[in-house]
Design a protein around this ligand. Structure first.
Ligand SMILES: *[C@@H]1O[C@H](CO)[C@@H](O)[C@H](O)[C@H]1NC(C)=O
Ligand SMILES: *[C@@H]1O[C@H](CO)[C@@H](O)[C@H](O)[C@H]1NC(C)=O
Ligand SMILES: *[C@@H]1O[C@H](CO)[C@@H](O)[C@H](O)[C@H]1NC(C)=O
Length: 462
């Protein structure tokens, strides 16, 4: 975008632009907050304090000579513990920024902002409140170099379908984004209402295992996935893995919520303590049950972006309830059982947590991803994207595995948020109108940057 500057001007312009500009909070427009001076070490003539109600804000009026991307940071003090603030650019959306406890004036990165040419508003909103703000700093973002991703699957025996899939994802990474939709019913809804078919279909192994079948659960997702693959679609599977035992099955915690931590007393940590206890055996039995389904997909030449143990770091699913170590252990068990024992070589292994402590390692993962649900925010989620870049040192392709509101292609490009695909969650998230309006979906699906089923034909031969 900004590369269009005349070459002769560039050297001069970049010297000027490369500077960091500091905007003092005490000079901004204050609403419900006041200027303080008693905590020493601030810059300028004071800092802003008194964030204690939802409507408290600081509004900075910042200007840029051109439309371009800036790195934003916040200088703050956090004597009252860990807090979050919200940063809103030009009155739309907003991103949450963590302000860890500190008693010294500290600079934290607060993501990136795409400033318009001319004046812009950057507002700090209360969120948790109880922090002191000294200033914000803006520095022009460096253009990122080429990605260093690998497109060789971690499984040395990966079959040609899996290899072709990862290679294809690599070929479009940073250039295009694949459209995706979870659940066949809503994939069909997109075809009917948006007028285009997503490139990726999202399916679930949820209703294949014993603890759910016992209650009458049935699934045809594998058949649906094979049918969609036959049309040229790319398949991703997650697994809402109902705990194999220990479901409460009460009115508040019914059996069908059995993948939630609060619906079961199944303890992953004790189950994984040794390989002989009954609950370890039950986990292996469930994995073997899913292997039967995966083999059908393998036999039908369908490679899968496989996303088990999703959102582990959230802790709301039993596989994440005991912290990172048992979750990573189970990931390795799954990998070994499915690839080495069951010889499933059609899988691309997609990890779905962002925190470094949870990461199984570059040798255990093909893709990394995150899920986000910020209603009405069609921004690029670049803070999360950049965290995933840092997580793997840019060695793995990055996906937006579940989203509520879809990202605007122009924003993705401007922020260099190179998500390889997005997959919108089902039901009201796609069809309800409040997470994504139909007009917006039509515009996004029509974008040159967004690949749909008709545009990926023959991807296996890439
Ligand atoms: C921001 O500053 C510019 C001049 O730098 C001014 O024209 C504009 O009115 C200001 N906007 C607000 C909201 O104060
Ligand atoms: C297996 O898990 C169930 C459900 O949490 C629990 O009641 C049982 O004690 C566990 N069995 C063993 C051997 O740990
Ligand atoms: C990240 O990659 C660069 C080069 O691509 C390398 O120099 C650096 O050591 C890597 N860092 C980590 C933490 O792996």
């Amino acid at each position: 975008m900004l590369v269009s500057r005349a070459c002769g001007l560039f050297a001069i312009a970049s010297t000027v632009l490369a500077q960091t500009t500091v905007y003092e909070a005490e000079s901004a427009v204050l609403n419900g907050v006041t200027v303080g001076t008693s905590v020493a070490g601030f810059s300028g003539t004071g800092y802003v304090e008194g964030f204690d109600t939802g409507t408290d804000t600081i509004s900075f009026n910042v200007s840029s000579s051109t439309s371009r991307l800036y790195d934003l940071s916040i200088v703050y003090n956090g004597p009252y513990g860990d807090k979050y603030t919200t940063v809103v650019l030009n009155n739309v959306g907003g991103s949450q920024v963590s302000l860890p406890a500190t008693t010294t004036w500290t600079t934290v990165p607060a993501g990136q902002v795409l400033l318009n040419a001319g004046s812009n508003s950057i507002q700090i909103q209360n969120n948790w409140g109880w922090y002191l703000i000294d200033s914000i700093k803006l520095a022009p973002a460096a253009k990122r170099g080429a990605h260093k991703i690998t497109t060789t699957p971690i499984n040395k025996n990966a079959n040609s379908d899996a290899k072709a899939l990862l290679k294809y994802l690599g070929s479009i990474y940073g250039k295009k984004i694949l459209s995706g939709q979870h659940d066949q019913t809503y994939l069909d809804w997109v075809t009917t209402n948006v007028g285009k078919t997503p490139a990726i279909g999202g399916y679930d192994f949820m209703d294949y295992t014993e603890s759910r079948k016992a209650y009458g659960a049935v699934s045809t997702d594998v058949d649906k996935a094979i049918a969609f693959a036959k049309k040229g679609g790319i398949i991703t599977f997650q697994w809402h893995w109902g705990a194999p035992v220990g479901l409460y099955d009460t009115a508040d915690h019914p059996w069908y919520r059995g993948f939630y931590t609060d619906a079961t007393d199944f303890n992953i940590e004790t189950a994984l303590k040794d390989t002989t206890n009954a609950n370890y055996t039950l986990l292996i039995k469930d994995i073997d049950t899913i292997a039967v389904e995966l083999k059908k997909l393998q036999a039908a030449a369908v490679p899968i972006i496989f996303r088990p143990l999703h959102e582990a770091e959230g802790g709301w699913f039993w596989w994440g309830a005991k912290g990172p170590e048992p979750a990573k252990k189970l990931w390795n068990i799954l990998y070994d059982r499915l690839t080495k024992y069951h010889k499933l070589n059609n899988l691309i292994w997609e990890w779905n947590s962002v925190a470094a402590a949870w990461y199984p390692g570059n040798d255990k993962v093909d893709l990394v991803s995150a899920d986000f649900y910020n209603q009405g925010d069609h921004g690029p989620n670049s803070v999360t994207y950049n965290s995933l870049l840092a997580l793997t040192n840019d060695t793995k392709i990055i996906a937006a595995a579940e989203v509520g509101s879809v990202m605007e292609p122009d924003q993705l490009k401007a922020y260099q948020a190179d998500w390889v695909y997005f997959a919108v969650w089902s039901a009201e998230y796609i069809s309800g109108g409040s997470w994504n309006s139909l007009d917006l979906l039509k515009r996004i699906y029509a974008s040159d940057y967004v690949l749909t089923l008709d545009e990926i034909k023959g991807w296996k031969k890439t």
